[in-house]
Design a protein around this ligand. Structure first.
Ligand code: SAM
Length: 302
């Protein structure tokens, strides 16, 4: 789609240019804020995966420009792998959100204080293979959650992009461990055709005894999990059902001549009206088109 045609077809793309936002995604944060009042009373915010910077622009306008007495308390820290053009009142860190050093650098900008709000619009480069894209997006969300546990104050809020794929329940459970209220939202500016949604996680309250760690067994070496104890080791309750001595559905079992497995058995119940029924009938009476063709080619060659 050319630029002028996109202007006509994508209203938010057009509006973003008219209103001076760097990307149409600005409207997603604005619409989330309309419903959840995320920015009121907030001074310290971290914008993870911020480039090209439209969410940081929203923060800068709302927390600095639109507050009559914006004080020095306001601090906005934007993090991305890529650099972005400067924005008034926004400190930029070029870094990876999966690294502890990035968490430490963020904290250093807040003079040891924790953030009131963490937002993350992070997305990997999509491959077009849905399963892989969903998996990588899930990993990025977990990385954002990990870093958030280092920098968010108790009672603070966390907002992040999520792909609502078939395994989204697992991520939802992980978020619920840290936030009593988790809502999945689809702003009007997010296209219906996109799998993208946003989780709004409110009132940060990690389990008693939880100590933040950047160890992520899904991202790194699974053996590291052993070094975690108690609630720190908790991911999501998982229950395997059935007798463990039963056959494993993923294994292949040895067949021997006399074994009962060697004999092929008829199905317990034959399909009563299978879609291939007519084809079987035609086959029996040699009326299939392929049978007729074979016959005629035999006759012409003889
Ligand atoms: N919210 C931004 C805005 O409004 O302009 C748009 C964010 S864009 C959809 C996704 C960003 O995630 C990209 O700029 C990408 O560099 C960043 N990203 C992906 N993985 C990252 C990581 N591990 N650490 C930091 N940034 C990452």
């Amino acid at each position: 789609m050319g630029r002028s045609s996109k202007d006509k077809r994508d209203i938010y793309y057009r509006l973003a240019k008219e209103e001076g936002w760097r990307a149409r995604s600005a409207y997603k944060l604005l619409q989330l804020n309309d419903d959840f009042d995320l920015l009121s009373g907030v001074n310290r915010v971290v914008d993870l995966c911020a480039a090209p910077g439209s969410w940081s622009q929203v923060l800068s306008r709302k927390l600095i420009n639109e507050r009559p007495q914006a004080d020095d308390e306001v601090k906005i820290v934007a993090v991305d792998l890529q650099s972005m053009a400067p924005l008034p009142g926004v400190v930029q860190i070029q870094g990876d959100i999966t690294k502890i050093s990035t968490a430490q650098e963020i904290i250093s900008h807040f003079k040891g204080q924790a953030a009131d709000l963490v937002i993350c619009d992070g997305a990997p480069d999509v491959t077009g293979l849905h399963d892989i894209d969903e998996y990588i997006q899930g990993q990025l969300l977990l990385a954002a959650l990990n870093i958030t546990t280092h920098i968010l104050k108790l009672g603070g809020n966390f907002v992040a992009k999520i792909f609502r794929g078939k395994d989204v329940d697992l991520l939802y459970c992980q978020l619920r461990i840290f936030f009593p209220t988790v809502t999945i939202c689809k702003p009007r500016s997010s296209r219906n055709s996109s799998i993208e949604s946003f989780v709004v996680c409110q009132h940060y309250s990690p389990p008693d005894g939880f100590s933040p760690t950047m160890l992520n067994p899904l991202l790194g070496d699974p053996s590291q999990l052993k070094s975690l104890e108690g609630v720190n080791r908790m991911i999501v309750p998982f229950m395997a059902c059935g007798d463990l001595s039963a056959y494993d559905s993923d294994q292949t079992y040895q067949l021997n001549g006399t074994d009962q497995f060697c004999r092929s058995l008829p199905p317990t119940q034959e399909p009563i009206n299978p879609p291939y029924k007519t084809a079987c009938l035609l086959k029996k009476t040699s009326c299939l088109a392929s049978d007729r063709n074979e016959d005629s080619s035999r006759m012409s060659s003889s």
